[in-house]
Design a protein around this ligand. Structure first.
Ligand code: BGC
Length: 830
């Protein structure tokens, strides 16, 4: 379909204009068929393309989470990741990708920290740029989100982020600015919160003033889902599209305000024109007419490379890693050995084509003849583990308009599923009353151990769980709000029962949709429909678990402990409240490490966690949620098929009290004060001379590198001798091939107060054979050395002598470094 934007605009009625300014449904814009204006499909999310269904979604490539992608520091690889996301959109019939997420990891407690990229705005901006360029090279429009200061989940809709203009410009707007400048994403999503008193969806200073007037960037601006709170102020501020539909603040409101002459026609037309331009551009993408799958070998290979490239080797004493080929026994211990931990939860959750658990990946990778033994050691689940085909079969959900108490109820739909989790946000059926319906989940449960089993039931709606028709858990009364289902669901309720291994039991859950729930969270984003999660575990006493783990670790040549967090601890709707790993994991670490000298800990989480045991463990690996291929990528690194080259995109602290946002994280009656100002992450630790456990940019390799001969280039090209790039020689001084990330930091003159000691303004990853040397040229961001001058309301670069540091970690003790300088002759503002 093609149409002329101005021609269509001139023919639209006010009602049609109003219709175009909000979604038709959860994932589509409004079509105007008479005028050839099609409907455009938008699709989540940052690390995989879900399509239009949360429930029984079309399987898709599941890429590593944001922090894992950022940890690659690999621009070409990220560009390919973006292409894959674009191609997955095309396969899912989606013209527009709702990603990437480029908020800042202001605190490691941020529930959606894993979805964002980094604590550093430059790294975040560059990661975004590459993903967007890749995605948009397929024609698919990218939507950067959430604009801006959506850096925590606690109370996020009612939150006022009180942030200085300087921190806003230098830290929080910067990734958006880099992405806009270098990649021109076609769309932007506003956030749920306010910034300095004004909701971002109606913040004219930001939307019109900064984005459109100052940056000369004119994306389609859409609201976050149910993140629009007004009609006129948002229209006047520049918010084009309300999502999702049907509308809550537009439609009739627009017609009314137009008829009362309260809404100026020029404002209405500006918004409609932008939506039409977006539809015009997006509709040229040749998307699949049906939601389809790709699952191509080359996509899987890319995904595996991405996973491996994002693995960070934090510590490797006495070269414990890589695991030698000639060993006979490996003990695999930990809560995560049978879970893939592909991605986070909430709007990042997708239905992966496939996933692989650490156990399966180890069995595939371990050299022939090596015996592998497994033990959990200590659980790390927040909610009891979901049931999958390991313990459950023939799972099916039946849909009804009447509750189970109505014997004659009529079956409307019957859908087989493979997990004991369902979220019915976007499930529809023509005969189903979507505002009040009931389901019956049924499955055969076959325990693998005899003894007492604990079942857990959390629900967004109401639910009752039966085993062989005996009521075990009633979560339809006395409900308590918890953190499930974006903060709309209940806490988990438990029931215990004695079961016999190998015997089949009938598991049944009678569920009522959202409107049957007694308590609704006033604050959470209410997506409707409802859902339930059923977990089960044969919970053994901790001592027994640890003893079993010690038994295998003490006999093994190598022990690999896989543990950490999951999308239940960190994820949309709730922040973490501690840096600690789940209870008892630390105890287990100390004891197992003492039993096996070659212990390798693999921590799986979106950000840093406290590791009191770190000094007792020879080798530690950080694996942020690695996507469908996560465990394969991990094994590639452990067994040296890939030399690790990932670098931390965040600083690693032991104690949450040492983090800059500590006193100002969480909703303080709706107030969120960005008290640390521009000193986010390493900018704070550097300035405070506070030691980190591992610094931003840290990551080891199985080889070593040396840097030399730093020189600035292109100084004449820009004003006042600002170099546009720096060149540096990098040598692989070790005996195996590997890759190093050369990081370029710039320091203000030492006498200057109120500045970070150094800031990242360039980086490049270089691949070198053993003994090989290469000169790399690293672009320097044009905003290097500048600060936002609040008095002038302008950028300022002050004259003085600046230090340029090329190094391999932001740690001031990092020895692989070379320094140079650059002199700025006069102060300039722009
Ligand atoms: C999230 C967005 C997401 C949208 C649609 C919102 O709650 O904040 O990131 O794109 O839902 O799922």
């Amino acid at each position: 379909m093609t149409f002329d934007v101005e021609e269509v605009l001139s023919q639209l009625t006010v009602a049609q204009k109003a219709a175009l300014l909000s979604g038709k449904d959860f994932w589509h814009t409004h079509p105007i068929p008479d005028l050839n204006v099609p409907s455009i499909r938008l699709s989540d999310g940052p690390n995989g393309i879900r399509g239009t269904r949360w429930f029984k979604g079309t399987p898709t490539a599941t890429l590593p989470c944001g922090t894992a992608l950022a940890a690659t520091w690999d621009k070409p690889l990220l560009r390919h990741a973006g292409e894959l996301l674009g191609n997955e959109c095309i396969a899912k019939g989606a013209h527009c990708w709702l990603g990437p997420t480029i908020n800042i990891q202001r605190s490691p407690l941020n529930g959606r920290g894993a979805e964002a990229c980094s604590e550093d705005p430059y790294l975040t901006g560059v990661v975004a740029r590459e993903l967007i360029l890749g995605c948009q090279s397929t024609g698919v429009v990218s939507t950067i989100k959430h604009f801006v200061c959506n850096d925590q989940e606690d109370g996020k809709r009612g939150l006022d982020a009180q942030v200085s203009q300087r921190a806003l410009r230098e830290i929080y707007l910067r990734p958006f600015q880099i992405a806009a400048r270098d990649a021109d994403p076609g769309a932007l999503m506003t956030s749920y919160n306010r910034v300095n008193g004004i909701p971002t969806s109606e913040n004219k200073e930001l939307l019109q003033g900064v984005l459109r007037d100052e940056w000369k960037w004119d994306p389609l601006i859409m609201s976050d889902w149910y993140g629009l709170y007004s009609c006129l102020p948002a229209l006047e501020a520049g918010l084009d599209l309300e999502m999702p539909g049907p509308t809550k603040f537009r439609g009739f409101e627009i017609e009314l305000n137009s008829s009362l002459n309260m809404l100026r026609p020029s404002v209405l037309d500006a918004r409609v024109r932008r939506v039409l331009q977006f539809i015009m551009k997006a509709s040229s993408v040749p998307v699949s007419p049906v939601e389809s799958q790709r699952n191509l070998p080359e996509d899987r290979e890319l995904n595996r490379n991405l996973s491996a490239a994002g693995i960070v080797l934090l510590q490797n004493k006495i070269q414990t890693l890589p695991i030698p080929k000639r060993i006979s026994k490996i003990a695999l211990v930990g809560s995560h050995i049978h879970e893939a931990m592909a991605s986070g939860m909430g709007s990042t959750a997708v239905e992966p084509y496939y996933t692989i658990t650490p156990y399966q990946a180890l069995m595939d990778k371990a050299p022939n003849g090596v015996e592998v033994q497994c033990e959990v050691g200590a659980y790390a689940h927040k909610f009891l583990p979901l049931l999958t085909d390991r313990l459950m079969k023939n799972a099916v959900i039946r849909f009804f308009n009447e509750p189970s108490t109505v014997a004659s109820r009529v079956l409307i739909d019957k859908v087989p599923i493979v997990t004991s989790y369902f979220q019915l946000v976007d499930y529809t059926h023509e005969d189903l009353n979507s505002s009040l319906f009931y389901t019956s989940f049924q499955a055969t449960f076959s325990p693998d151990e005899t003894g007492e089993w604990t079942f857990g039931l959390a629900v967004y709606g109401t639910a009752i769980l039966y085993i062989d028709d005996e009521l075990l858990i009633d979560n339809s009364e006395d409900q308590t709000l918890g953190s499930t289902f974006f903060g709309c669901g209940t806490d988990e309720k438990f029931g215990k029962i004695q079961l016999v291994a190998g015997k089949d039991y009938e598991l049944r859950v009678e569920f009522g949709s959202t409107s049957t729930m007694q308590i609704l969270s006033p604050e959470a984003v209410n997506f409707g429909g409802g859902g339930a999660r059923i977990g089960a575990c044969r919970e053994l006493p901790l001592d027994v678990l640890i003893e079993r783990a010690l038994g295998i670790a003490s006999q093994a040549d190598y022990t690999i402990i896989c543990t950490g967090l999951s999308g239940k601890w960190e994820g949309g709707g709730n922040d973490c409240n501690t840096l600690s790993l789940p209870p008892h994991v630390d105890d287990m670490m100390f004891r197992v490490a003492a039993a096996c000298p070659n212990t390798v800990v693999v921590n799986i989480s979106g950000g840093p966690v406290a590791m009191q045991w770190a000094s007792k463990i020879p080798a530690i690996i950080q694996a942020c949620y690695g996507g469908g291929e996560g465990a394969n990528g991990l094994m590639d690194v452990l067994f040296s098929d890939v030399n690790p080259s990932g670098k931390l995109p965040f600083s690693w602290l032991m104690d949450i009290k040492d983090t800059p946002a500590y006193l100002n994280f969480g909703s303080n009656d709706g107030r969120l004060f960005y008290g640390e100002d521009v000193y986010v992450g390493y900018r704070f630790y550097d300035r405070m001379e506070r030691e980190t456990m591992w610094s931003f940019g840290h990551g080891l390799s199985y080889t070593c590198f040396k840097l030399s001969s730093l020189r600035n280039i292109g100084e004449e090209a820009v004003d006042s001798r600002v170099p546009s790039a720096a060149k540096v020689l990098v040598r692989n001084t070790g005996s195996v091939a590997g890759a190093e990330v050369v990081q370029l930091y710039i320091s203000h003159p030492p006498t200057r107060r109120f500045c970070a000691k150094k800031e990242l303004y360039g980086f490049d990853k270089v691949f070198l054979g053993a003994g090989e040397e290469k000169e790399v040229s690293i672009d320097i961001d044009p905003y290097a050395m500048s600060v936002w001058d609040e008095a002038h309301g302008q950028w300022r670069r002050e004259k003085g002598e600046y230090t340029i540091i090329a190094c391999t970690s932001s740690d001031s003790r990092c020895k692989v470094r070379v320094e140079g300088s650059v002199g700025i002759e006069s102060t300039t503002w722009w």
